[in-house]
Write a protein that binds this ligand. Structure first.
Ligand SMILES: *[C@@H]1O[C@H](CO)[C@@H](O)[C@H](O)[C@H]1NC(C)=O
Ligand SMILES: *[C@@H]1O[C@H](CO)[C@@H](O)[C@H](O)[C@H]1NC(C)=O
Length: 374
């Protein structure tokens, strides 16, 4: 036994050392906890003040403007640069869902189909503001408002992990709606919610922008009726009022998971989590389940019924996939919408699941596909 100490004393020392390492490793599993939001009491903790109400980097005075008035009315929600939004004061915000539409791509150059679908969303919400976040803007958002998350953010192994995490930050800091770029908007969101009798909790009126309402709300869409399906609650669309505490959970979850993944024993035992598991839809569903103990508080979560947000369920049969998936050569958006009956269902939007990422990187073949007009 050349590898193991021969003398009993050395053997005892080696065992003691192993024991210490085991305790140290175990401790890292038990230390998982929420520092900004206490899930047991469903309340923000004092740590909430770790999130500043002004950006940490200095804003040029010229950028501290309020809502811009768009003189050249185009029927599209005017673009608002992330730099401007970051400099807008986050204090005294309305509690309803603000009229902000967030989308994200690696740069400001949108592939042809993304541009077209994005325009449908801006056209359905002409009196909103549209914010396109790039990878660079996402990092600035972290630096400005979530400095405690910067290490975690930079430790993530790919930009898709960061893009998945960043949408939680948009929702927490600014509220509004986030939609993936392969989402076509079919109706104005507030009108559709009203006609589906979805109202803010604790209020009888369906007013989504009412400043007097005291409750926060966050909304997600269900995809399909199988609630055991891992991807039942996608993160391709979300809506929220400003500073809904739920969005702190995915952040703290990612931070804890990244810390765990750095432990040697953990690396030996587990594969590195996928983007879906660490910051994407699987993480979202997990955190919604954790949050549901707070279901009766003012800060509630609404899970919109199947068909309203994601009428195309990519887990359904081949026939639907062949016309509805932007990954397929046979993709045909109009016959997809017709087949799914999005009009009868009153769907707010449809996501064509273009899958521009694979593993930790991007999927060039699919990016090529959505870059083509047809
Ligand atoms: C909404 O409520 C109204 C009045 O109660 C009802 O007539 C209508 O069918 C409801 N709509 C939906 C989609 O449930
Ligand atoms: C898509 O389907 C529609 C029928 O829903 C058809 O009229 C149209 O020609 C198709 N487009 C293409 C490019 O195949």
């Amino acid at each position: 036994m050349p590898c193991f100490p021969a003398s009993p004393r050395h053997r005892r020392l080696a065992l003691a050392l192993l024991f210490c390492i085991a305790i140290w490793q175990l401790n890292s599993y038990l230390s998982y906890g929420s520092s900004l939001y206490n899930i047991a009491t469903c309340r923000h903790t004092a740590g909430r003040h770790q999130i500043p109400s002004r950006p940490l980097t200095k804003c040029p005075v010229s950028l501290e403007s309020h809502k811009q008035t768009d003189s050249s009315y185009t029927g599209l929600a005017p673009a608002l640069s992330p730099t401007k939004l970051l400099c807008r004061s986050t204090e005294h915000r309305a509690v309803g869902i603000p009229k902000l539409l967030h989308q994200s791509w690696k740069s400001n150059n949108l592939p042809a189909k993304f541009k077209r679908w994005s325009d449908t969303c801006r056209r359905q919400h002409p009196d909103w503001e549209w914010v396109l976040w790039t990878d660079e803007d996402n990092l600035q958002l972290v630096k400005d408002y979530f400095p405690w998350l910067e290490d975690t953010f930079l430790s993530l192994p790919g930009n898709i992990y960061r893009a998945d995490l960043a949408r939680n930050l948009y929702m927490y800091m600014f509220g509004g709606i986030y939609a993936d770029l392969d989402t076509e908007c079919l109706r104005p969101t507030f009108e559709a919610l009203r006609s589906n009798n979805i109202s803010l909790p604790g209020k009888s009126e369906n007013e989504f922008t009412d400043e007097s309402s005291m409750s926060h709300v966050a909304m997600f869409g269900r995809m399909g009726s199988d609630q055991t399906f891992d991807h039942h609650l996608p993160n391709a669309w979300m809506a929220a009022s400003v500073q809904h505490p739920f969005f702190l959970l995915p952040l703290e979850f990612a931070k804890a998971e990244i810390q765990k993944s750095k432990r040697i024993l953990h690396q030996l035992w587990y594969d590195y989590p996928s983007a879906e598991q660490l910051t994407g839809p699987i993480a979202l569903a997990k955190n919604i389940r954790r949050y549901q103990v707070c279901g009766d508080t003012l800060d509630s979560i609404i899970l919109l019924p199947d068909g309203l947000i994601y009428p195309f369920n990519w887990n359904e049969g081949q026939a639907i996939r062949s016309i509805c998936s932007a990954e397929k050569d046979s993709f045909n958006a109009s016959s997809c919408k017709e087949t799914l009956g999005v009009g009868v269902k009153g769907s707010i939007s449809i996501t064509y699941w273009s899958h521009t990422h694979r593993g930790k990187g991007s999927d060039d073949e699919n990016i090529d596909r959505i870059s083509q007009e047809k």
